[in-house]
Design a protein around this ligand. Sequence first.
Ligand SMILES: O=C[C@H](O)[C@H](O)[C@H](O)COP(=O)(O)O
Length: 232
Amino acid sequence: MSEDLKREAAARAIEDVRPGMRLGLGTGSTARHFVDLLGSKVAQGLEVICVPTSEVTARQAESLGIPLSDLDRLGRLDLTVDGADELDADLNLIKGGGGALLREKIVAAASDAMIVIADSTKVVEALGRFPLPIEVNRFGLGATRHAVDAVIKAHGAEGGLKLRGEDKGEVFLTDGGHLILDAFFGRISQPEALSRDLLDIPGVVQHGLFLNMCSKAYVAAPDGVKTLLKGK
Ligand SMILES: O=C[C@H](O)[C@H](O)[C@H](O)COP(=O)(O)O
């Protein structure tokens, strides 16, 4: 997707921001445009307080003069705006392509609403084309990998599991110091059951399925930005 389309989706989400809002700021190339645009609004006098979902987003927001806080101080947020790797018609998502899924999910769950901004190539009929990121503790990786592999196979994964970064000689570490196993499904037929089964594994910290969390999506295509609403 061109950067122009990402920016158009982000610009639509900016219209939902009201003065005084407590905002969650997403991570990734699409969320980056939202933070940019928000920075311009803040420079023009918009008062908001924001919680970033990654160190990268925190640095960007700081550089733009966007006031930052954290969930220890704020507890709840009004709105989170974030990108996604995939979304289906029910606005269920796969996230974590950039490795920020844990903080993104904590922040989205603490928000009264979550808006996703994306281009139309991210919309799928069934989740699972994009590899599902599964964040795991470093301790006991071998055992966790074995257990995760059994779960994804039981859920019909067509491909296997890959430890992110392993093929490049340097494993990827999340902001929380965890590892990511990417699971290659092709198609996820029972996302709720898969979510439960993965979270039952002690070494799994979190996974990138965001189910029933997003209420609205702005999806940008060359012929315009569409608004998708949960349950419609
Ligand atoms: O960990 C990364 C996040 O979940 C991103 O929101 C997701 O990967 C989408 O990123 P992008 O907007 O760069 O496609």
